[in-house]
Write a protein that binds this ligand. Structure first.
Ligand SMILES: [Zn+2]
Length: 142
């Protein structure tokens, strides 16, 4: 437990800014603009998923109009075909998967508890913490 609490995750700063649900692409972008090696962030992500602090969801979006086609927790659960109710695009897994899939990272209850603890100490240190939180809120909502 003590060891667990002393572990410093760089990803906790990302969570402070991105919120408890964020896209994998946004995390990589965050790492890039903060000069954090992408490989290290990927390793941390794997670690927090392994610890049960976060889970990954596959989000499928229509490659033609961007409409949300569904969320799945496993690639095997993604159907072979989907029809976009917004534009009528006939989506096929074998053809369209790579251009339309996004990984969504979501903190679990355990993860929210774990990183809330981190974010409180972060806020005490950083006076601009509340501004960052407001920005994260705006980006999450839009
Ligand atoms: Zn569409």
């Amino acid at each position: 437990m003590g060891k667990e609490n002393s572990r410093q995750f760089m990803i906790s700063s990302a969570i402070n800014e991105l919120g408890t649900i964020f896209r994998y692409g946004n995390l990589i972008y965050w790492a890039t603009i903060n000069n954090i090696p992408v490989e290290e962030i990927k390793n941390e992500l794997k670690e927090i998923i392994k610890k049960g602090l976060a889970r990954v969801t596959l989000e499928i979006r229509c490659p033609k109009c961007g409409a949300h086609l569904g969320n799945f927790d496993d690639l095997n659960k993604v159907p072979l075909e989907l029809i976009c109710t917004d534009c009528g695009k006939h989506w096929r897994k074998t053809i369209n998967l790579h251009e339309s899939i996004e990984l969504v990272i979501e903190l679990t209850e355990k993860g929210i508890q774990f990183f809330r603890h981190k974010s409180l100490s972060y806020q005490n240190r950083e006076k601009e913490g509340s501004i960052k939180q407001s920005l994260a809120f705006i980006f999450r909502v839009s």
